[in-house]
Ligand binder design. Structure first.
Ligand code: SF4
Length: 235
């Protein structure tokens, strides 16, 4: 089958703890987060060349067992209806699979978990689960029920996962971080990510100064009341 793969990173050590992984990027997104760093992939994927899956297959086979995992990022990968077929082909290469998702397609997420096609899910929670906050953080009108369903699926699943939030000044307050932690109370892992003002979808966010590391550390220590395994990434 031909897959619409719009980017391939052959090596990363930093996107899945303890794993040497490759990353596949799938096109399109149903959010328009103003702080997004993948704006071409999200909004104009047709301008990017397609990477043939055979090329990726050959690369992994030539590494003869050195690669542990494949990360599926985007864009929003769960928009792609043939994602289960792609993941089956990746599993045939004897790789573990990590899915990055914004949580808007709980049906696909459930199918992938049920079929054993994902080993780790990183789900973004863009803001506290209040309509106006979430819409502001994503640039669209969000189906919050779908987000909540994806959260529940992960909280009740046996697979490994993390929830992650980018602490974007002007979009998110410390109280939002605490509200998010409360909404995922008892989760296996919550990561608070530093905002990076480089190459943002909305150019105005390039002028926003990231919070000082202490601000992230303080927010994380408050979130630990609800999720024990909380950490900061990117400072
Ligand atoms: S940051 Fe937002 S707009 Fe960009 S790919 Fe992720 S969910 Fe889509």
């Amino acid at each position: 089958m031909t897959y619409p793969i719009k980017g391939f990173n052959p090596h990363t050590f930093i996107d899945w703890d303890g794993m040497l992984a490759c990353v596949i990027y799938l096109p399109g997104c149903n959010f328009l987060c103003p702080f997004c760093h993948s704006s071409v992939l999200a909004t104009a994927p047709d301008s990017l060349k397609t990477v043939p899956f055979e090329h990726i297959e050959r690369f992994v086979q030539e590494k003869k067992g050195w690669i542990d995992a494949m990360i599926i990022g985007g864009g929003e990968p769960t928009l792609y209806k043939n994602l289960p077929d792609l993941l089956k082909d990746i599993k045939n290469l004897r790789l573990l699979v990590k899915l990055d998702t914004n949580g808007t397609n709980p049906q696909m997420l459930e199918d992938l978990i049920r079929q054993g096609l994902v080993d780790y899910v990183a789900m973004d929670i863009k803001s506290s689960l209040e309509q106006s906050n979430y819409d502001k953080a994503t640039g669209v009108s969000v189906d919050l029920a779908a987000i909540r369903k994806s959260i529940d699926l992960l909280l009740n699943s046996k697979i490994d996962y993390e929830f992650r939030t980018t602490f974007v000044p002007t979009l998110i307050e410390r109280t939002d971080i605490v509200n998010i932690a409360q909404a995922i109370s008892g989760a296996k892992k919550f990561v608070l990510q530093q905002f990076d003002p480089k190459d943002t979808l909305d150019f105005r966010f390039a002028g926003i100064k990231p919070h000082a590391p202490e601000v992230l550390n303080q927010a994380v220590s408050l979130a630990r009341e609800f999720v024990e395994n909380c950490s900061v990434r990117g400072i």
